[in-house]
Design a binder for this molecule. Structure first.
Ligand code: GLA
Length: 714
């Protein structure tokens, strides 16, 4: 069966997205493209027959509101538009004409393009839809083109959403999203949607710690395990805006695109603007099913090297901060190799005059007094220990106290007659300027080559303020979108130039995690908060959309340097083993016993990491529960790993049994518990593990945790 079916006479288009269906009707007569269905499977005949009579009209109502694939501002429409245009004479109010649609199918998927234009005005736009074989995720984006000839005036895209997603009418809606701040990212919240417009946005030029560009909607009754869920994510790393409109009439739509409110784009004659991709997914398997859908999509379609196992890394930031020297990094590298780390990352402080955050950013040469021979000797030492060598960089930033700023003050984002405030003593370089991008690419490639670098931690440590571009952009605010695109181009070219290089996305922790960033990086630093307990809530929110194989997590010292909480080493490891395990403590202060214990945990992680990183993930409860766990099931079904935590004492409250998911009911499984709480030699059928589960009691006391390994009998 084709992935996209059409019925030309009725203008019906049906997209088969995995086990789900999306249908729309292209009405050339009326000049409309309207949503028919987004939900469970339909046949083409069902879609052709799908018909929803417009509600009884009156002079205060638009039947189009909340039903169009990309509503414009114009004609009889009152809902917030996805596309709002202003021409040079001040007119907006678009009158769309539908020129037609086309479908193309290839080996991986199929694409639908619907072409529209404004009546008598020089704007054309195309709605793009892409479905991938066996995936519920549908990718959508819009191309907007000024079709006027030379000498015509530019037009302004006031609002330029990538897509409008319309849900079926439900009695109630609930919206799930993450919010947070530095050291407390990805806090999950689900709240009933009130009538009106609910907007999540970044006005910061980067994805932000305060929110993340995705939203999940349900009718209020979905659970982790079951229920209908509609979810939408935007692949952008600059400013963004997602608005969920719940109309007074009872409809619900999601409008999502790059640029916060007020970021308008001028289009010159002949110019085309392509929005970022907005990906959407319907499923009936609850929030857990939606997350597994996102994880599978990210693996199959987004990540550049999805099949590689991520190495166990050591990062020296919490151990040595800005005080890096050859000797202290060598000592840490020796210890890191001893516990089984596979990648050693030298963090901030290795370059320029960087002995604090006050100077040196922009001067990407090894610190003269500290590394007189560059970093090659250290890289050689690390490689000699059998580890890969990684380096921290922050290419988009500059300290005013730097050689670069003294030479190129005009390269920073600024508005000519406004103050350029520093944050963390730094300013942002304008990556929308080609010469800045060229400069960055040149020194990045040079540094990777000179120091034999295998891995970069690419950081971004301040939000934009007073941002404008002196690089010729027509609208100063456009840089809130264009800077991130410039950065992406540098990342793409860097990867193409050095294909073996691997990159970690970081922005003061998790300030730049999104599908656009993950399309050109290999993993993400999720938070500067390395407290193993706080991290559980952060990881819970992160996992809603992003897979464990990109979720960097370090075991650091106890008490934790930020929170001062003391947590046993086992709990710290179990918390970090839920993603891409790393170690970030000052190993020179760990006792021989702690180093031995750490080595044992690292070995245990390596034995199961394929399942953790590439398996299907099931959240068993949430961090608000007395005890909760995350389960991973290997893709071949042979192994499952459960990481379970309990922070406080139970106070006698019984802990719900761990009922495992995703196992073969007829198979027999052997269960191993690394805390020794379960007796050795537990053998159960998959059916029993699902129906009755395992006793969830953990060792007594605070901060109890364990890893269960569940292996199918052969
Ligand atoms: C950011 C990162 C940290 C560390 C510091 C270095 O805060 O998130 O992990 O790299 O910068 O300055």
């Amino acid at each position: 069966m084709p992935l996209i079916e059409t019925d030309r006479p009725s203008g019906t288009v049906l997209l088969h997205a995995g086990p789900t269906a999306y249908a729309l009707r292209v009405d050339t007569g009326a000049g409309t493209v309207r949503t028919l269905h987004w939900g469970g499977p339909l046949t083409l005949a069902d879609a052709v027959a799908a018909f929803e009579p417009d509600a009884e009209g009156n002079s205060f109502h638009s039947p189009l509101d909340g039903t169009e694939e990309l509503a414009v501002d114009g004609q009889v429409r009152f809902a917030p538009p996805a596309l709002d245009v202003r021409y040079a004479d001040g007119t907006g109010s678009v009158e769309p004409v539908v020129d037609g649609y086309a479908v193309q199918e290839d080996a991986e998927g199929a694409e639908l393009t619907v072409s529209l234009r404004d009546t008598g005005r020089p704007l054309g736009w195309r709605l793009h839809y892409r479905v991938h074989r066996d995936r519920a995720v549908i990718e959508r984006w819009t191309e907007l083109r000024h079709t006027g000839g030379h000498g015509e005036q530019p037009l302004t895209l006031v609002r330029h959403a990538a897509a409008q997603w319309n849900l079926p009418v439900l009695p109630e809606y609930r919206a799930g999203s993450v919010h947070g701040r530095w050291i407390s990212e990805f806090q999950l919240r689900r709240t009933p949607l009130s009538v009106g417009e609910t907007t999540w946005s970044s006005r910061r030029g980067h994805t932000g710690h305060q929110g993340n560009p995705w939203v999940t909607l349900d009718g209020g009754g979905a659970t982790e395990e079951s229920g209908e869920v509609w979810t939408v994510a935007l692949a952008t790393s600059g400013s963004w805006r997602t608005t969920v409109v719940r109309s007074a009439e009872g409809r619900c739509s999601v409008l999502t695109g790059s640029g916060h409110e007020g970021v308008e784009l001028a289009l010159a004659p002949g110019e085309t603007w392509t929005t970022p991709v907005s990906a959407g997914q319907y499923g009936a398997g609850g929030f857990g099913g939606a997350s597994r859908g996102w994880h599978a999509y990210t693996r199959a379609t987004v990540l550049p090297a999805a099949d590689e196992l991520r190495p166990v890394l050591y990062n020296s930031w919490e151990a040595t901060a800005f005080g890096v020297t050859f000797d202290n990094q060598r000592d840490l590298a020796d210890l890191a190799a001893g516990i089984g780390a596979e990648l050693f990352v030298v963090d901030d402080g290795w370059f320029g005059a960087r002995d604090s955050d006050r100077a040196g950013l922009g001067d990407w040469t090894a610190r003269p007094g500290v590394f007189p021979d560059g970093l090659r000797p250290l890289a050689d030492h690390v490689h000699g220990l059998g580890m890969r060598f990684g380096l921290w960089v922050e290419p988009e930033m500059v300290n005013p106290d730097s050689e670069l700023f003294r030479a190129r003050p005009e390269w920073v984002l600024h508005l000519p007659d406004r103050t350029a405030h520093t944050l963390r003593n730094q300013l942002v370089l304008d990556f929308s300027r080609p010469e800045v991008a060229e400069w960055a690419l040149e020194w990045l490639v040079r540094t990777v080559d000179a120091f034999d670098v295998d891995f970069l931690k690419w950081d971004f440590n301040r939000s934009f303020t007073e941002a404008g571009s002196t690089g010729g952009l027509t609208d100063a605010r456009r840089v809130f979108v264009e800077h991130a695109l410039g950065t992406q181009r540098v990342l793409d070219r860097l990867r193409a130039a050095r294909p073996a290089l691997r990159i970690e996305a970081c922005s003061g922790g998790g300030g730049r995690v999104d599908l656009a960033s993950l399309a050109r990086t290999d993993q993400a630093w999720v938070s500067d908060n390395t407290d193993a307990v706080d991290r559980l809530a952060i990881q819970h929110g992160f996992s809603q959309v992003y897979p464990a194989q990109v979720m960097g997590a370090w075991v650091t010292d106890s008490p934790n340097p930020f929170t001062r909480r003391s947590v046993p080493l086992g709990f710290r490891f179990h918390s970090a083993m839920a993603g891409v395990l790393g170690v970030g403590g000052d190993l020179t202060r760990w006792s021989a016993d702690e180093l031995d214990e750490a080595a044992a945990f690292v070995a245990r992680y390596k034995a199961v990491r394929e399942t953790v990183q590439h398996g299907d993930q099931y959240r068993l409860g949430s961090p608000g529960d007395v005890s909760h766990a995350v389960q991973y099931v290997a893709r071949d079904g042979a192994e499952s790993v459960v990481l379970q935590w309990r922070v406080g004492p139970t106070g006698g409250v019984p802990v719900p049994r761990l009922r495992l998911r995703g196992l073969d009911p007829g198979a027999v499984y052997h269960v191993d518990d690394d805390s020794g709480t379960l007796p050795a030699g537990v053998v159960r059928t998959g059916a029993a593990l699902a129906a009755h589960g395992l006793a969830a009691e953990l060792p007594a006391g605070e901060y109890a945790s364990r890893m269960l390994t569940v292996r199918r009998e052969v």
